[in-house]
Every structure is written in C-alpha cells, then in structure tokens.
Design a protein around this ligand. Structure first.
Ligand SMILES: [Zn+2]
Ligand SMILES: [Zn+2]
Ligand SMILES: [Zn+2]
Length: 287
C-alpha cells in the first residue's frame, strides 16, 4: 500500500473578462464535473506546502500511505486536490485559479481497493472479492467487513458500531448502513470483550503507556509526601512553628508566609533560625 503513484498536475489561471479564457474555464468545469469531481474552493494559505511553494504543472508523485476521496499527499510533502479552486480573499471573483490532477487508473484503483474504517480511520487493503461473493451476494465472513482495530476504543459506544464498517476510500463521507442482526450478533461479543480486555497491538501500546504513567505518578506522589514529612519534621525539631508553612506539590517546594506574609522582623527571625541548613527548596512570602 505504501507505493508511489505518478500522475500530472495542472495549475491553471483564467481571467473571465477575456473571452477565450472564460470559454476554457467553462470547458474545464464541464469536463471535471462530468467526471463526478467536486471543486473544493479554499484559501491557498491552507494548502501551501514546504516553503509555501506549490507543485508546478507537470509530473507529480503521490504517496499512498494515507488516501482520501478528493485529495492526495505528494511525495515531496504537498497537499494536492483532484480539483482545487483558490479562494484567497485577495483574488477577484473573475479570476479562477487553482489546479487539477489527471486521475490515472492506478489512482482510481488505489481508492477503490483501500478500505477505511468510518470510526477510527484505519486503512486496509480490500481482500479479493471484497464486498460480495462470486454470486454477487454480500459477503458473510464478517471479519473482513469490519475494522479489526478499534473495538476497544474507550470512546466507542454500542450505537456507533456500524461506523466500523470498512468502505472504499473512493466515496466521500459515505453513509454506513446500520448493522444487520447477524452483524450485531457477531460484533457485540467482540466489542464487549475488547472494552474490558486489551488484546490488540494498539491496546498493548496504550496499556504500556498507562502503566508507565501510573508508576511515574506514584513516584512523584511518594517523593512529595516524603519531602513534606521530612521538611516539616526538620522545622519542628528546630523549634520553628509550621502553621504558616505549606508544602506545594506542584512546585516541590515549601512556602513560608502562605497564610500571612512575613514582616521584616519575622523574616529575620525565621532566616536566622533556619540558618543555611534547611535542606529543601523553599520560598518566603514577605509583606
Ligand atoms: Zn512539491
Ligand atoms: Zn476502526
Ligand atoms: Zn497524585
């Protein structure tokens, strides 16, 4: 799936007040609309590629790791559209400029043979005979009909299970049919199992991260609790009152004068009593 597709891109600009250009523009419109293309018009700033450049008219290489119904990533890092009309606010309405791509059979096939999950965006190659069996009946081997990847997503609810139906990238925002009884009977146990047990590669990665996070959280909490204990005991053992001292977890530091900032005399008294010895980070709030 991660191959490169070659095609041609055409940058265009037509000034509609010029008769011949107006005619060329409407001919281009007719041809591309006839092919079933839509014409997204948007501000070029939104699609500028590396160095704010745009690919010039001529050959262009498209990457296929991520496919879309109406646009492509180029191998050199640009976003290009099947058809695109620049809607920069400074462009007059009578100037039509943008680009369009020659859509090769290989490009069409890539979109037809790549299935995407409507829930998580997982891509997969369509298995042979995908969609229907040799008699034209819908396939019954349901493991090819639904996404293998997202049953355990913590945001997925039962009502959204049908969104996990894999459909070709070629259709834009296709409606995904509700589940049949057989599909529901197949999916529900998988869903319920996955919601509790992490089995997929993705679940395992997520689990490993949660594990590391909770260990780190505990380490920080324990370190803070020990610092607070040792610091407070140090103060008590040095005859210093602790009613106006607090330990801030988020700073990992003690704060003197947090209830009532210290006046000059109290400040001197405190710093003399602590000397240079208080072995923790602290700050003193002064009046
Ligand atoms: Zn480029
Ligand atoms: Zn999915
Ligand atoms: Zn905590």
């Amino acid at each position: 799936m991660d191959s490169i597709l070659k095609t041609e891109i055409h940058q265009y600009q037509y000034i509609l007040s010029r008769e011949s250009e107006a005619a060329e523009w409407s001919a281009l419109n007719r041809r591309l609309l006839d092919e079933g293309r839509e014409c997204p018009s948007m501000w070029s700033g939104a699609i500028a590629g590396p160095g704010r450049t745009k690919p010039e008219t001529g050959p262009v290489e498209l990457e296929t790791a991520h496919l879309f119904s109406d646009q492509w990533n180029t191998a050199c890092g640009h976003r290009v559209f099947d058809w695109y009309l620049d809607a920069h606010p400074n462009i007059s309405k009578s100037c039509k400029r943008g680009h369009w791509l020659e859509i090769t059979p290989a490009m069409r096939e890539a979109r037809r043979n790549t299935l995407v999950c409507g829930y998580c965006g997982h891509y997969q190659q369509a298995p042979a005979g995908w969609g229907c069996d040799s008699d034209g009946n819908p396939r019954s081997d349901l493991e090819h009909v639904f996404c293998p990847d997202c049953a355990g997503s913590e945001y997925l609810d039962e009502k959204s299970l049908h969104l996990r139906r894999l459909l070709p990238v070629e259709k834009r925002f296709p409606k995904r049919a509700p589940l049949t009884d057989a599909e529901r009977a197949y999916l529900l146990p998988i869903y319920q199992h996955a919601q509790i047990r992490g089995n997929t590669e993705r679940d395992r990665k997520r689990l490993a991260k949660c594990r590391a996070d909770i260990i780190e959280h505990a380490r920080r909490d324990v370190a803070n609790a020990e610092t607070e204990r040792d610091g407070m005991i140090w103060l008590m053992d040095h005859g210093i009152r602790t009613g106006n001292v607090i330990f801030y977890d988020h700073k990992g530091a003690f704060c003197f004068g947090w209830r009532k900032p210290l006046g000059d005399a109290e400040f001197s008294e405190l710093t003399e009593s602590m000397g240079a010895e208080f072995p923790f980070e602290y700050e003193i709030k002064r009046a």
